[in-house]
Ligand binder design. Structure first.
Ligand code: PAF
Length: 282
């Protein structure tokens, strides 16, 4: 595995691969890697000749400075894990490399519209502008044919789909399934910060999503959401939201959508740790 810290060096190496007709796959990450990230690399390997991954904890997408400070960093393990998974190139830039004008020196604004006004957008003001900015910069640097992202961040995937439309960047987005621990907890870098007691309670999020999914056609949505809130609160969570939406556009639903896929989404805090998860109907 090659490791590059500068955009110029990365571009030069990838330029040669592209000239040789190689298909480039890209899996961006913020490190603190788990099997979910590795599954993105695995998916990229099946479809592409060269797999690029990046590790960059992007300061502009953290609306809460404490969350940024405490974001887990496990760089040595990450490098070994990516190499073992068969990543060809790791891009590991500094903040200065990605934000030469300084993190407050960028004034791009993306017209994500409705998508950034709901759910994560409403609870994390500015978050998706930060995600859009860094993914745009990373895509400019890597210029991949294929982009691999996890369904765990469902709304983020929709934002990136929109970013590709807005910018006209021709990468194909592949949304890879959420990986779960055996007790159902969605894999997430933030899980590392849970205390043993919190970790024992954390699978309630996926249990509640399953409860919602099983009752979509049986109970009024208002009642499902109230019961889901209560399940989470009884387990010790402070839910930010429990919602059911049209999986194609995130419009919130009050009753079942005939025919179309629906997505159930939860964000809830356990102490300081905020967990998000979702499940989609077939
Ligand atoms: O999902 C993530 O890890 C990050 O939001 C991403 C896409 C790497 C951008 O920083």
């Amino acid at each position: 595995m090659y490791l590059f810290k500068r955009v110029a060096d990365l571009r030069e190496a990838l330029g040669q691969e592209k000239k040789a007709g190689k298909r480039i796959g890209f899996a961006p990450t913020m490190g603190a890697l788990h099997q979910g990230h590795i599954s993105l690399v695995d998916a990229a390997k099946t479809q592409c000749d060269i797999v690029v991954s990046s590790i960059f904890v992007n300061p502009t997408q953290f609306n809460d400075p404490k969350d940024f400070e405490k974001y887990p960093v496990t760089i040595k393990e990450d490098i070994l894990g990516l190499a073992a998974a068969g990543t060809d190139i790791l891009f590991l830039p500094s903040v200065e490399e990605m934000y030469p004008e300084g993190v407050n020196g960028e004034h791009r604004h993306y017209g994500f519209g409705y998508l950034e006004t709901v759910l994560e957008g409403a609870y994390r003001p500015g978050h998706f502008q930060g995600v859009g900015m860094i993914v745009h910069k990373l895509l400019d640097a890597v210029q991949p044919d294929d982009l691999f992202m996890g369904q765990k961040d469902f709304q983020q995937c929709m934002i990136i789909k929109k970013l590709l439309e807005i910018t006209g960047i021709p990468a194909k987005l592949h949304i890879c399934p959420t990986l779960r621990e055996t007790d159902g907890l969605a894999m997430s870098s933030r899980n590392m910060r849970l205390t043993p007691e919190q970790r024992a309670v954390a699978p309630q999020v996926s249990r509640t999503l399953l409860y919602m999914k099983e009752n979509l056609q049986k109970l009024p949505f208002g009642e499902i959401k109230r019961n889901a809130h209560k399940q989470l609160e009884d387990a010790g969570f402070q839910p930010d939201y429990v919602e059911i939406a049209d999986a194609n556009n995130l419009q919130l639903l009050e009753k079942p959508l005939p025919g179309g896929p629906m997505v159930m989404l939860i964000a809830a805090k356990l102490g300081e740790i905020r967990l998000i998860d979702n499940m989609v109907t077939n």
